[in-house]
Design a protein around this ligand. Structure first.
Ligand SMILES: Nc1ncnc2c1ncn2[C@@H]1O[C@H](COP(=O)(O)OP(=O)(O)OP(=O)(O)O)[C@@H](O)[C@H]1O
Ligand SMILES: CC(C)(CO)[C@@H](O)C(=O)NCCC(=O)O
Length: 303
């Protein structure tokens, strides 16, 4: 990484971003408190949310300036944050933590989370195209539909309906949609948000984000987080016969584990190495996590 292109902060630097902080009561009683400690909230996530608050406020004021200049009301458009990184890097958890913190902003914004998993092509089509083993690779998504959704959001559509993916079904959920109605802040999480996509859509998807965040971690940690979650899916599947993981849950442990490892080494790790990690410098904010998910360093792109 070129040093001049990024400001780098160690974890202990982050507290300086807030004049005074305590973990608000609401957060201590939230289900997320089981995952993210009060210390991590106070030392990392509150300072980060303050940084984002400033960025969001600055974007809003510049919008107001242009409204005055053009004498035109801007369409209702959410501030859109992309959260990207490897499978199991903690994107959905990170998005939920940010959402809880954003809800504490004085403006009380409406906040929604969307996963690009909903824009994966259904297994049937992945199978027809012979790319079921490439799930999560750029070519496994319907980017045109994703772009259409982003444009609807940015141009003030009253609501948009998008497909829903289930890890447990390992496919899109039939006849289920997520309805998004004019949020003020939209968090979008997915593995391949930084990939240029230039062959698929004329507009690069990155141009529709106000800020892109990359969650970075060593491969060995990502692998262990992936396997831990794989075990969680197996235990959930034991009582869910419709789950993709149900058959795996009934296999001897070592066979099930080797199927999980195969998904990591043959799909997610090649995706990380080929498409995801090499693009990380295109993010505005890179958050480096250590073995226990604790944030260790933060990089802010200066251009
Ligand atoms: N800050 C955190 N502290 C503790 N555990 C965490 C944290 N963030 C994520 N995890 C755990 O790591 C695993 C992966 O997290 P998560 O599901 O958020 O990842 P993801 O990047 O959204 O994955 P995918 O893209 O594959 O859906 C989960 O078991 C989650 O509980
Ligand atoms: C759905 C994605 C791409 C991202 O959430 C990923 O977690 C996934 O399912 N990858 C395919 C390989 C596997 O983990 O089974």
């Amino acid at each position: 990484m070129t040093k001049k292109a990024f400001f780098t902060f160690d974890r202990q630097d982050l507290v300086q971003w807030l004049p005074a902080y305590t973990v608000p009561q609401q957060l201590q009683s939230s289900p997320l408190a089981l995952l993210v400690s009060a210390e991590e909230m106070a030392e990392v996530y509150l300072p980060l949310s303050h940084l984002l608050y400033l960025h969001i406020s600055q974007t809003r004021s510049s919008q107001h300036m242009w409204e005055n200049f053009f004498q035109q009301a801007w369409p209702h458009s959410p501030y859109i944050i992309g959260i990207t990184g490897s499978s199991a890097s903690g994107k959905s958890t990170f998005a939920q933590v940010l959402k809880e913190l954003f809800l504490l902003f004085p403006e009380q914004p409406r906040v929604e989370i969307v996963s690009t998993d909903g824009f994966l092509l259904p297994n049937r089509i992945l199978h027809e195209r012979g790319i079921l083993e490439k799930k999560g690779f750029p070519k496994s998504y319907d980017w045109k539909r994703f772009l259409q959704f982003m444009l609807e959001m940015k141009t003030g559509a009253p609501e948009a309906q998008i497909p829903v993916y289930s890890h447990l079904l390992y496919d899109l959920v039939p006849d289920q949609v997520q309805t998004i109605s004019q949020p003020d802040i939209l968090l979008i999480e997915g593995v391949n948000l930084l990939h240029p996509q230039t062959t698929v859509t004329a507009t690069p998807i990155q141009s529709l984000f106000d800020l892109l965040i990359y969650l970075d971690a060593e491969e060995e940690h990502l692998f262990s987080w992936f396997m831990k979650r794989f075990h969680e899916f197996l235990s959930l599947a034991r009582n869910a016969p419709q789950s993709y993981y149900c058959d795996l849950a009934n296999l001897p442990d070592d066979e099930a584990i080797s199927i999980g490892e195969q998904a990591w080494y043959e799909i997610n790790l090649p995706n990380l190495r080929t498409h995801i990690h090499p693009q990380r410098h295109r993010a505005k904010l890179i958050v480096k996590k250590g073995a226990e998910h604790q944030v260790e360093k933060v990089h802010w792109r200066t251009w």
